[in-house]
Ligand binder design. Structure first.
Ligand code: FE
Length: 362
């Protein structure tokens, strides 16, 4: 009901400011043409090409995930969102290289390790935002308020339903037990998802115990590590191994294609530390020329309307706990996430990489 009322108000506002909007469109077109003709990074002498009504986002999330979201924001507010998509590291390097001349107002990326790194490199700024603090649980946001989770991704255990009973499963540490010798599949340690997982194990158990666990995993491997989660799940379905660790959305995609896939999800219990979660999230850039606009967009992304668009699109879970997850519909049940702050994934990432190397996890 509320959204209908707001929509009506917006339509009235649109009608009364049609002329202004038309002028704004022309200005934007001119800016777009100028930018398209110029391969140069804007210099200090000509930085303010972007009108303040526009928010510029550097996004490591794919266009098909963010476009519906930004379109909805534009429809609601009249604010234009321009975006550049790339992998997270190139985007952070771009922000560093551009410094004060960056056109970007907001950085949107996946993995707490990447968000933490962006903050460490000084490309984000702390913000005061009660809405964000109300909508996003404390363990899913930066204690320094430089970034906030927007969606939650669960990295959990999957198993072969023909060979394994869920009663045999326990937690991540249990996959190091010798009862799983020759039965475990893992994705490469080069992927940040596994670096974050091991970083969180360090936070939970301390480094010596975390190393013991990783060594146990390596001893239990059925085959070489996989380049991605999808191949790993397919290997379980093919009977190559019986257990593995993946992000649930990869499993969801395969399950949508093949509802009879003989693989299921297992959620480690809260009593054993809960499910390892990671996030996608965003922060306002240090040198944003429109920090208020960036913050308004970020705050909106934490609200119910945006959370539905964001999580559902990629089978992720909403970061805002008051929004029910569509993924529940897939019949996976609910889970208890690890209560540890995901920032530890960044803080312990270098230690995790060294640990996995020592343990022979490739
Ligand atoms: Fe992924």
């Amino acid at each position: 009901m509320r959204s209908i009322i707001i929509n009506r108000e917006f339509l009235v506002a649109m009608a009364t400011s049609k002329f202004t909007l038309r002028l704004r469109s022309l200005a934007l077109l001119a800016v777009a043409m100028f930018t398209a003709c110029s391969n140069e990074t804007p210099t200090a002498e000509q930085p303010a090409l972007t009108p303040p009504e526009t928010v510029v986002v550097y996004s490591a999330r794919a266009e098909q995930l963010i476009k519906p979201l930004f379109d909805a924001y534009t429809a609601r507010t009249g604010v234009t969102v321009q975006y550049t998509t790339d992998s997270e590291q190139p985007l952070i390097q771009k922000l560093l290289a551009e410094g004060q001349t960056t056109p970007a107002d907001l950085l949107l990326t996946v993995d707490a390790g990447n968000l933490w790194y962006a903050a460490e490199e000084g490309v984000l700024r702390p913000v005061q935002a009660t809405t964000l603090e109300n909508n996003i649980p404390a363990h899913l946001r930066d204690p320094e308020k430089q970034w906030f989770a927007l969606s939650v991704r669960a990295r959990t255990i999957v198993y072969d339903t023909r060979e394994v009973s869920p009663t045999e499963l326990n937690d991540y540490a249990d996959l190091a037990d010798e009862k799983w010798r020759g039965k475990l599949c893992l994705r490469t340690s080069a992927k940040v998802y596994n670096q974050s997982l091991v970083a969180m194990l360090i936070a939970q158990f301390g480094e010596p115990r975390a190393e013991e666990i990783v060594r146990g995993w390596v001893a239990n491997l059925a085959t070489d590590v996989f380049p991605n989660d999808t191949k790993l799940i397919e290997a379980i379905a093919a009977g190559q191994c019986e257990v593995g660790i993946v992000n649930t959305y990869y499993f969801g995609r395969l399950q949508r294609e093949n509802p009879d896939i003989p693989v299921a999800i297992f959620w480690p219990a809260a009593s054993t530390g809960g499910v390892h979660v990671n996030v996608s999230g965003a922060g306002v850039t240090r040198h944003s020329s429109n920090p208020d606009g960036a913050l308004a967009l970020l705050e909106w992304m934490s609200t119910e309307e945006a959370q539905r668009l964001l999580g559902g699109e990629n089978l992720e879970y909403p970061a805002n706990p008051s929004v029910a997850a569509d993924s529940m519909v897939l019949g996976w049940g609910s889970f208890e996430a690890s209560p540890m702050n995901v920032a530890a994934a960044g803080e312990n990432q270098a230690a995790a990489v060294r640990l996995m190397d020592r343990a022979g996890y490739r």
